[in-house]
Design a protein around this ligand. Structure first.
Ligand SMILES: Nc1ncnc2c1ncn2[C@@H]1O[C@H](COP(=O)(O)OP(=O)(O)OP(=O)(O)O)[C@@H](O)[C@H]1O
Length: 306
């Protein structure tokens, strides 16, 4: 069976997503005061659509005609051997790279080049492979940083502490506290990020990405460098975020064992092309995927027999 995405396949994704979107919307409505931040997308429109995305660096083809449709509330992993194009794809979606060809559609907005400055405004948050936290700031302040783009009171008003600035500050702190509690970080919220173990920092980064309740969360190796127990814990937090807030998640991950358990669907890249796109079971038994991974499996992933 070919797992390469087809129009019919994408229709199936959307149909499944409709059910999930309805459920996610219901949960989101009941879940929190921040419900207003959960944008209930038109269930018929995927949260993210890529059409014919191609990107080259000199003579190297990083991405070659990638199509992808990610439905609301879906957890979609992007996997593939080293150099397959995973980070390039995430960088195109978040606007760090401009594709040579193709269109990125976020909700109903179509872009040739996603404007990074408007990323938060179009409901997208992302994390990076290497933590991008302020080590000299407490956890709470780091999480508040995830809402910087929302602040309307300018620098001067913040310095003068006008009523608007104070109100925004209080709202940001309340939202950050909520994200911190959601990710079980209350015990460390006043500690400096610099002194905390890596596994906890991964959770802090996730809290900062989630605090604005993005519609689409892009995660670059969210489980890398942590213990197996922490991976399971982080994976559970990701699932909870999806269930509670209806957040759609696209993640790059090398640990295929965790990916298989966490993702609704998995897209597989190899040499810049999408060679498979299906459920974990479909991908696991796809010959093209097995071939792509043969001989290039990452160390420590021996349990991940595809
Ligand atoms: N900024 C860049 N300049 C030049 N070449 C690049 C750049 N970014 C990516 N590439 C090349 O594009 C190809 C895809 O790289 P990319 O980092 O997207 O793959 P990847 O699947 O994320 O790999 P890894 O799993 O090792 O992180 C590689 O051949 C890489 O060398």
């Amino acid at each position: 069976m070919s797992l390469v995405a087809t129009a019919g396949g994408d229709a199936l994704i959307v149909a499944r997503a409709r059910e999930r979107a309805t459920e996610a919307s219901r949960v989101a409505r009941e879940t929190s005061r921040a419900t207003d931040a959960v944008r209930v997308a038109d269930a018929g429109v995927p949260v993210l659509t890529l059409q014919g995305i191609s990107l080259s660096f000199g003579g190297v083809t990083a991405l070659d005609g990638i199509d992808l449709a990610v439905a609301k509330g879906e957890i979609r992993a992007i996997i593939g051997p080293n150099g397959a194009g995973k980070s390039s794809l995430l960088n195109v979606v978040s606007g760090l790279y401009r594709p040579d060809r193709g269109v990125v559609q976020l909700g109903s907005e179509r872009f040739r080049h996603v404007p990074t400055a408007r990323l938060a405004a179009v409901g997208v948050a992302r994390t990076f492979q290497n933590l991008a936290l302020f080590k000299g700031l407490p956890v709470l302040d780091n999480v508040v940083m995830g809402l910087v783009h929302r602040r309307r009171a300018g620098f001067v008003r913040q310095i003068l502490s006008t009523p608007q600035a104070r109100r925004e500050e209080a709202e940001a702190r309340a939202a950050a506290e909520e994200a911190i509690t959601f990710l079980h970080l209350d015990a460390v919220k006043h500690q400096l990020a610099g002194g905390l173990p890596y596994g906890i920092l991964k959770r802090v980064e996730l809290a900062r990405a989630l605090v604005a309740r993005p519609q689409l969360l892009l995660l670059d190796e969210p489980l890398a460098g942590v213990t197996l127990a922490e991976k399971r814990e982080l994976a559970a937090h990701l699932r909870n975020a999806r269930d509670a807030y209806g957040t759609t998640i696209v993640l790059i991950e090398h640990d295929i064992g965790v990916v298989m358990g966490l993702s609704d669907r998995i897209a597989v890249l190899d040499y810049g092309r999408k060679i498979a796109d299906g459920t974990p079971d479909e991908v696991r038994s796809c010959q093209a995927v097995i071939d792509a991974y043969l001989g290039v499996a990452h160390e420590g992933e021996t349990e991940l027999v595809i």
